[in-house]
Design a protein around this ligand. Structure first.
Ligand code: CA
Length: 447
């Protein structure tokens, strides 16, 4: 039997396989939802869609943003598009992911994977690489929106720390310069989005993240250990970490990123440009598989199976109970703030209240560069050069082709490279047509 006919046979045999799983269930070995839902059926690919290679190595960090990569692997979407030998590789930290993409899979690293923005731009420009070597990357699609939050250590409960942090501003600032240490907050990698979320939130409440507190990159496990021992006050990262902190009664959820900026850009799928150039059809095959996984992830009836898959030891390694509430949009907020119970406030993968989640809008890449200028991470002149930087990295053309090839309805393919004006919880607006007006409107900034 050829590989293809074997796959086809397995697919058609799916119904009886399900029946036998049920039977197994009856004799005291209950099937998990994962056993019940068959994998995607392999496509008979035409020569212009057949990938040039079946192999790729993709890095991921075990947080909610990685879900479409894990689902594309586990539910057979990669294999369906001919990518039968995808390795998804858990990265110890964002720094390791950066180091691994620098060396590429040929050197034992990775070809790309999951990224916080603007990492693909910073790597492409040689700003965060060894010896400032430029490693061009292509930002191909957005993996998710929401699913990030800021957890605060229990010792600060009762101080009014919530979405609007201004009532607690004097308290937080007051810890600076006293006998006690300053309010200390962590993110997982400097100058990228989880750093930006906590900075935006603090600054909107009148707290200068560079002057009034101490803000630094600390590995997630170390941050949680430090919160437990009372030497860390806040943590900005992806689910399930903030939930684990709340569940273990180390701290409480103060704010969700979906509250700071609803339907905000979050993390992305990007590959080294040399890999994309060598394997244009394989690139699109990966994108199609991830897009199908994103659609699968957003179906409410799949969320329980999703939770069981990502909770597994080899992925997030957490009890499924920790993941069920956030994937249903349920967040227990503390310090007198009402709980959140709205699926549209949890992680979303394919569509949100503004349209496409998956589409890599250039206007969002511009916000990340603008915010980098705001905090002095990139020089102000970057704004004059933003179009070149973004055009070199943005992969919207491939996104459109991939979407059309899997029959995404025209209504679900954005017409513009800009999502238009963005609005934050404090009333601040970012108009991609005028990023300097946004910078001018902000009180706390380094520019
Ligand atoms: Ca994140």
């Amino acid at each position: 039997m050829t590989e293809f006919s074997r796959r086809k046979f397995l697919a058609t045999a799916g119904a009886s396989a399900i029946a036998s799983v049920f039977l197994k269930g009856c004799i005291g070995n209950p099937p998990s939802a994962a056993d019940l839902s068959p994998k995607a059926v392999a496509l008979n690919l035409s020569s212009d869609q057949k990938p040039e290679t079946t192999t790729v190595k993709l890095g991921y960090i075990p947080i909610a943003e990685a879900t479409p990569l894990i689902i594309a692997q586990e539910k057979g979407f990669f294999a369906r598009h001919g990518m039968t030998d995808v390795e998804i590789s858990k990265q110890a930290s964002w720094g390791s992911a950066r180091d691994n993409v620098e060396i590429g899979s040929a050197g034992g690293g990775i070809d790309g994977g999951q990224w916080q923005l603007p990492m693909p731009h910073l790597i492409s420009e040689g700003i965060i690489t060894k010896g400032n070597r430029k490693i061009p990357m292509i930002n191909l699609l957005q993996l998710s929106t929401h699913g990030n939050g800021i957890a605060i250590a229990n010792q600060h409960s009762g101080q009014g720390i919530g979405l609007d942090v201004s009532p607690a501003a004097d308290y937080i600032k007051g810890l600076q310069g006293t006998a006690s240490r300053p309010f200390t907050a962590a993110h997982t990698f400097p100058k990228v989005n989880q750093d930006f979320w906590i900075r935006y939130w603090l600054a909107a409440g009148g707290i200068d993240p560079d002057k009034d507190i101490k803000l630094l990159a600390v590995p997630a496990a170390q941050t949680v250990a430090n919160m437990r021992t009372g030497t860390m006050d806040a943590f900005s990262t992806g689910d399930p970490w903030p939930l684990r902190i709340a569940r273990d009664d180390i701290g409480f959820m103060a704010v969700l990123t979906s509250q700071i900026w609803q339907f905000h850009p979050e993390e992305y799928f990007a590959l080294r440009r040399d890999w994309v150039d060598q394997h244009p059809q394989a690139t699109k095959a990966l994108m199609k598989a991830i897009m199908e996984a994103q659609q699968w992830c957003d179906k409410p009836e799949n969320r329980e199976e999703l939770v069981k898959i990502v909770a597994a030891r080899k992925y997030f390694n957490v009890p499924p109970e920790v993941l069920r509430p956030p994937y249903a949009g349920k967040y227990q907020m503390a310090d007198g703030k009402p709980d959140i119970n709205d699926p549209m406030m949890g992680p979303l993968y394919w569509k949100d209240g503004r349209g496409s989640v998956s589409y890599p809008y250039k206007s969002h890449e511009l916000w990340f560069l603008t915010e980098s200028v705001r905090w002095g991470f990139l020089p102000e002149e970057t704004l004059n050069d933003a179009e070149r930087i973004i055009n070199a990295v943005n992969g919207e053309k491939l996104w459109r082709e991939a979407a059309q090839e899997i029959g995404v309805p025209a209504a679900d393919i954005p017409k513009s490279t800009s999502r238009g004006v963005e609005k934050f919880f404090d009333g601040t607006e970012f108009d991609p047509a005028n990023p300097r007006a946004y910078l001018n409107s902000l009180a706390i900034k380094r520019v």
